[in-house]
Design a protein around this ligand. Structure first.
Ligand SMILES: Cc1ncc(C[n+]2csc(CCOP(=O)(O)OP(=O)(O)O)c2C)c(N)n1
Ligand SMILES: [Mg+2]
Length: 596
């Protein structure tokens, strides 16, 4: 073979085109086969390179970055099983519509299926979880023109029409490192010309909401005076839709039920109902509320109370508005409007005359507002305790974070406790969540990635089992430049299983503990020390608050283990629910109809 630097030049052209198309971060996992790509990324001034050894962690890291930046991050790994570790994050990216560009290096075709080392079938490795796949073959002088085009195309497909991960498989033949060659190589002039020209600029169509969809919304509101707007998990950019959503709701006379992950809860410029989950878990409240119309925004709500309402009221018209996805797990939506909720509701609001006066709407809103006030009072009582509990952990974290901070929240009970215990407020926080496939995986890495793309302090609220699941992610926390606190809710295992029907079977208690709850019982302090991270432990509310303040004051990452009695959270949630039911029942009028 004549020594050539074609593969390096090819990679430089490719990475340059990714940068031109908006990629700002490249997450590289080490390997030899990907040498040209890694070196090209290192030499590209428009991108920042991050090294993450474990490809599973690397992919969640890139996902966290993309959730914050809104732009695709690129991933680069070597051949063999390396790329397979990307799968969970690729799935989450697909389910939550986050753009990613995955580049797996591969060996030449002649090494395939002959026991050559580190060679597997990487074609369409992610199946339909990738929005787009391209086999790039070996760098080929004759195909240089197509390299910037392909990079631009991959970025386009990662963002449009439905954001998600794309997969490019790029083959390289040795030598993978730069070689000394005598004189200019034949393709050099062409390459210089292509680099000068850059990548094609891509203009995707701007999709505006369908006119008929706006008419549907307006018509639904005028037909059904008793309605609500329900905001489920949303991307960070949804904060920009807040004004339009609130103005629509005001004109319709509807309350806005906002989950903690909706970007409408912290930084709300208008009153929102944050306690709707606990309110709707109460059967009599659901009956009394009796909405005729629900306009659901973004991903399906996490709330099981809302789920119960939907199940119980088949006649309630559900109109789902989200830019991507068929967000109707109940299969009972009357309309699915694929549109940006802010844009759709702004257009609809302009057509509403302002029906605040509608009696039905006002009564429903008033009932929700009274319910919200009652729930907040009960929750505040619960938060006044000196003892540290799962509610205090979530609520005090929201208190401690400064305006504009990023709050990453794990699945299982943390996302639910945030909903129950952290009341709406004017302080603006951006909430990063993993509600696409609702995995407990990659959460530490995701927060580390979010921090690498953020200029503000970052917190992660995560369960102990979830934290253990991504211990490898601690390696990525070391580089945190912003203050980053990982609050681990140490409740001795996956306590969500205590809330599931299996917990009602005493004969299954031992199996539940061993196979479901799986208390980690490992030292997180030692884990922090292995990775050179600060560690603090809190066992009461006061020391928790001061540990939080200390962690947020300093740059870099702190693991804050918040230790609570294992069965306490469940008891408290139940107590909040029953106190609320009691309060709601006390308001029932003479005929026994709750006046709430
Ligand atoms: C990748 C993945 N594996 C398993 C699950 C199932 N699962 C849901 S919650 C949970 C336990 C989580 O425990 P922990 O993080 O301690 O949270 P807690 O329930 O105590 O709030 C498990 C295993 C999942 N959602 N995702
Ligand atoms: Mg736990």
């Amino acid at each position: 073979v004549t020594p050539s630097n074609l593969h390096l030049a090819w990679a430089r052209l490719f990475v340059g085109a990714l940068a031109a198309a908006g990629v700002r971060h490249v997450v590289v996992s080490p390997g030899s086969r990907s040498t040209p790509l890694a070196l090209a990324a290192a030499g590209e001034p428009r991108v920042t390179c991050h090294a993450v050894v474990d490809e599973r962690a690397a992919a969640f890291f890139a996902l966290g970055q993309a959730r914050v930046s809104g732009a695709p991050s690129a991933l680069v790994c070597t051949s063999g099983t390396a790329g397979a570790h990307y799968l969970p994050a690729v799935i989450e990216a697909s389910a939550s519509h986050v753009p990613l560009v995955v580049v797996t290096a591969d060996r030449p075709w002649d090494a395939y299926d002959c026991a050559a080392p580190q060679t597997i079938d990487q074609i369409k490795l992610f199946g339909d979880h990738a929005r787009f796949f391209a086999e790039l073959g070996l760098p080929d002088e004759a195909a240089l023109d197509a390299v910037p085009r392909l990079a631009a195309q991959a970025v386009l497909r990662a963002r449009h029409p439905t954001p998600g991960a794309v997969h490019l498989n790029a083959r390289f033949r040795k030598p993978l490192e730069p070689v000394d060659v005598a004189g200019p190589e034949p393709w050099e002039a062409r390459l210089a010309e292509l680099e000068r020209r850059g990548a094609p600029r891509v203009y995707a169509p701007r999709s505006a909401p369908d006119e008929a969809a706006i008419a549907h919304l307006v018509d639904a509101v005028s037909r059904a005076p008793r309605g609500v707007v329900v905001a489920g998990p949303a991307p960070l950019a949804a904060a920009g839709a807040a004004e339009a959503i609130f103005s629509f709701a005001r004109k319709a006379g509807f309350a806005v039920l906002a989950e903690a992950t909706s970007q409408l809860r912290f930084g709300a410029t208008s009153e929102v109902v944050g306690a709707f989950d606990v309110l709707l878990r109460d059967p009599s409240f659901r009956r009394a509320l009796a909405p005729e119309l629900a306009i659901e925004l973004f991903a399906p709500p996490t709330s099981s109370g809302y789920g119960a309402l939907v199940a119980e009221r088949p006649a309630m018209e559900r109109v789902v508005v989200a830019p991507h996805g068929w967000n109707d797990p109940q299969s009972t939506a009357a309309a699915v409007i694929l549109a940006d909720p802010g844009e759709a509701l702004a257009l609809a609001a302009a057509r509403l005359s302002g029906r605040d006066g509608s009696q039905g709407a006002a009564a429903l809103r008033a009932r929700l507002e009274r319910g919200e006030a009652a729930a907040r009072a009960i929750v505040r009582d619960e938060l006044a305790a000196a003892a540290l509990h799962e509610g205090t952990i979530a609520a005090r974290l929201v208190d401690a974070l400064p305006e504009g901070a990023l709050l990453c929240v794990g699945n299982s009970l943390p996302v639910r406790d945030l909903d129950l215990f952290a009341e709406p407020r004017a302080k603006r926080l951006r909430v990063v969540h993993q509600r696409g496939a609702s995995g407990i995986d990659g959460l530490v890495s995701g927060a580390a990635g979010a921090a690498s793309a953020a200029a503000s302090p970052v917190a992660l609220l995560v369960g102990d089992v979830s934290f253990q699941h991504d211990l490898g992610g601690l390696a990525s926390l070391r580089g945190a430049r912003v203050p980053l606190v990982v609050v681990v809710v140490q409740n001795d295992g996956g306590r969500i299983f205590d809330e599931l029907p299996i917990a009602a079977r005493p004969e299954l208690a031992a199996a539940r503990e061993a196979l479901f709850t799986t208390p980690p019982r490992v030292s997180f302090e030692a884990a922090a020390s292995v990775f050179g991270l600060r560690y603090a432990e809190a066992r009461d509310a006061a020391s928790y608050a001061s540990a939080l303040a200390a962690a947020l004051e300093r740059g870099g990452a702190t693991i804050l283990e918040a230790v609570v009695p294992p069965h306490d959270g469940r008891a408290r949630r139940a107590r909040v629910r029953s106190a609320l039911a009691h309060k709601l029942a006390a308001r029932a009028d003479d005929e026994g109809r709750p006046s709430w």
